[in-house]
Design a protein around this ligand. Structure first.
Ligand SMILES: [Zn+2]
Length: 101
């Protein structure tokens, strides 16, 4: 899901892009919050075949995951001990903890 990748890479895009491209990022963020289609814009910003810089996977002792409370962003974060509470940069919301079973 493109929004998930966009959310995951948003902090990096904000750091890396400048000027016009940075404006495009913020326009895509606002459009996503309004529930408008952003696929074309976002694909352009993310570029082809770029690897995710952050990869989260379940680690030992994890018994649940953090999900975006809006339900629009499909990002799932497995928090490791010592990590800060995850937030969704796309919707500026704290992620909600959902315990397994
Ligand atoms: Zn998100």
């Amino acid at each position: 899901m493109l929004l998930t990748e966009f959310c995951t890479r948003l902090p990096e895009l904000r750091r890396r892009l400048k000027d016009g491209d940075r404006v495009l990022v913020e326009q895509a963020v606002l459009a996503a919050r309004d529930g408008k289609p952003v696929d074309a814009k976002v694909s352009q910003l993310l570029g082809p075949g770029v690897q995710l810089t952050e990869v989260y996977g379940p680690s030992t002792g994890v018994n649940g995951a953090f999900l975006c409370p809006t339900g629009k962003c499909g990002r799932v974060v497995y928090r490791r001990a010592g990590d800060e509470l995850p937030v969704c940069p796309l919707f500026e919301r704290d992620l909600r903890f959902v315990a397994d079973g």
